[in-house]
Design a protein around this ligand. Sequence first.
Ligand code: 5GP
Ligand code: ZN
Length: 112
Amino acid sequence: MDCLFCKIAAGEIPSNKIYEDDRVLAFHDIDPKAPVHFLVIPKEHIACADEITPENSSIVAHVFAVIAKIAKELDLKGGYRIVNNCGVDGGQTVGHLHFHVLAGRQLAWPPG
Ligand code: 5GP
Ligand code: ZN
């Protein structure tokens, strides 16, 4: 399968890694939209949030636990935003489930 984030998860394409275990990888976004902007992905290929099922949904809980751990390590005391873009109208450009974590400045709400 020709999937950019599967290739990053497999180490075939380099990334600036923050955290890795057997199920997930966290790495800095190549085009950061905030002073802190990293992505957390499941290593398993799941195309988007629409493909979360009772069988695979435990990965989402793990992603959120990893985000909380990284946030403590990066000392994101000011807070942060977790974003998942799903589908064309959601602004998804890479078809492998990923959660953005944005921090380091006051983020506007609602987003555009
Ligand atoms: P989406 O728009 O699908 O929600 O987010 C995709 C994100 O992946 C974007 O923020 C984009 O900057 C990031 N991205 C795209 N290609 C690469 C890459 O090759 N390496 C890294 N680290 N990030 C990427
Ligand atoms: Zn993939």
